[in-house]
Design a binder for this molecule. Structure first.
Ligand code: NAI
Ligand code: MG
Length: 354
């Protein structure tokens, strides 16, 4: 039997990124051998630390170096002293846009042992996925400022919605729903935003027609945020534009408990380039270097990466191990009210494997 091999471009980044990514690698190594595959970790030091030394977050040909990897596994970037827009526009945005990672996918699942900030809600109530359009929409550079600093000052910023990109994110959401509970919610605002959002609704209806058998509903973004809090059990897959998806994909993990466990994927579903997997959290400078960061978000992120690679059984085993480790307070980290440090938490995950 030949062993399947994957090359993973690994970018720990800054702060706790350099603590949780090695922990995630340990968890992946623990399942790899059991499931007949091997991983080569190409580790890159792209980060604010590198920026401080060289003036660049990554080399000029950085994107091309990782484009052909089987996946990209990223911790977080950001460090005190380096403006956040430098780390964002010097690394994350170029990777997302140039690799066309158009589907930002964030599972929202309340795990046994975690307390939701929503009173009286248990694991059976919170299990959905937010799918965010990740490359166009409201986050466009088209626009400008006129008569700056005068009383006639004016600014405008144009949202861009193309049929190609709108349809493909919708199709991604519907396909995802078919493997789940078969329900898609669209985030809209076609009452107030009179061009782009009615277009978004039209394309949602067209997608629904292409995917018969999937139930659909749409809500305006304002009431939708209220429903996330009041009725999280209504949702299976939620699709939103870049801005609406951004907001919902922070609200979602917030109701599922802790940023220390929330995973995300930036996908190129056609696999024309490497997809990127990263925990939702940042570099957490306030706890960096102390060895106390929660590594579960990085492990759950790694499970999503294994699923993308087709290693579904290994991914499921990793998820089971996460759930087992979170069930006990002594193997939970401090942010979850436990007593474990990063090492203790990841050892509990590894012990629970198999
Ligand atoms: P953050 O997520 O780094 O931290 C927010 C709070 O959550 C902090 O109190 C932190 O200690 C805690 N926290 C986060 N992850 C944790 C974990 N795994 N275990 C235990 N506690 C955890 O967000 P913040 O403070 O807004 O940003 C810090 C830096 O990270 C900034 O430079 C920001 O730009 C960057 N950042 C980078 C991201 C990325 O690379 N994708 C995403 C978000 C922020
Ligand atoms: Mg955000």
């Amino acid at each position: 039997m030949t062993t399947r091999r994957y090359r993973i471009a690994t970018i720990p980044g800054d702060g706790i990124g350099t603590e949780v990514i090695p922990a995630g690698q340990r968890a992946v190594e623990a399942v790899a051998a059991r499931h007949g595959f091997a991983v080569a970790w190409d580790v890159y030091d792209w980060s604010c630390a590198r920026y401080a030394e060289t003036g660049r977050m990554m080399p000029e040909d950085g994107v091309d170096r990782v484009r052909g990897a089987d996946a990209i596994y990223l911790g977080a970037v950001g460090a005190p002293g380096v403006p956040d827009h430098v780390s964002l526009w010097g690394l994350l945005i170029p990777l997302r846009r140039e690799l066309d990672l158009y589907a930002n996918v964030r599972p929202v699942k309340l795990i046994e042992g975690i307390t939701s900030p929503l009173a009286g809600r248990g694991p059976e109530d919170i299990d959905f996925v937010v799918v965010r359009e990740n490359v166009e929409g409201e986050y466009s550079e088209i626009g400008g400022r006129l008569h700056g600093g005068t009383e006639h000052e004016m600014v405008s910023q144009m949202s861009v919605f193309t049929r190609r990109c709108t349809d493909r994110i919708m199709d991604y959401a519907f396909e995802l729903a078919k493997g789940r509970r078969g329900h898609v919610t669209s985030a809209t605002k076609s009452n107030g935003i009179v061009h782009t959002m009615p277009f978004w609704d039209e394309r949602f209806a067209a997608a629904a027609a292409r995917h018969p058998g999937v139930e659909t509903v749409q809500y305006h973004i304002d009431i939708l945020t209220a429903y996330f809090v009041r009725n999280p059990d209504w949702f299976d897959v939620v699709v939103g534009s870049n801005l609406f998806g951004d907001i919902l994909s922070d609200l979602g993990p917030a109701i599922a408990g802790s940023i220390g466990i929330a995973p995300s994927a930036n996908l190129n579903p056609e696999r024309a380039a490497a997809s990127m997997f990263e925990p939702v959290h940042g570099s957490a400078p306030d706890i960096a270097g102390q060895g106390v960061a929660n590594p579960i978000a990085a492990v759950w992120t790694a499970a999503m990466m294994l699923e993308h690679l087709g290693e579904d059984e290994a991914a499921a085993e990793l998820m089971g191990a996460i759930e087992a480790s979170l069930a006990r307070p002594e193997t939970r980290t401090r942010d979850l009210g436990g007593t474990a440090d990063t090492d203790g938490s990841i050892r509990a995950v590894i012990e629970a494997i198999g």
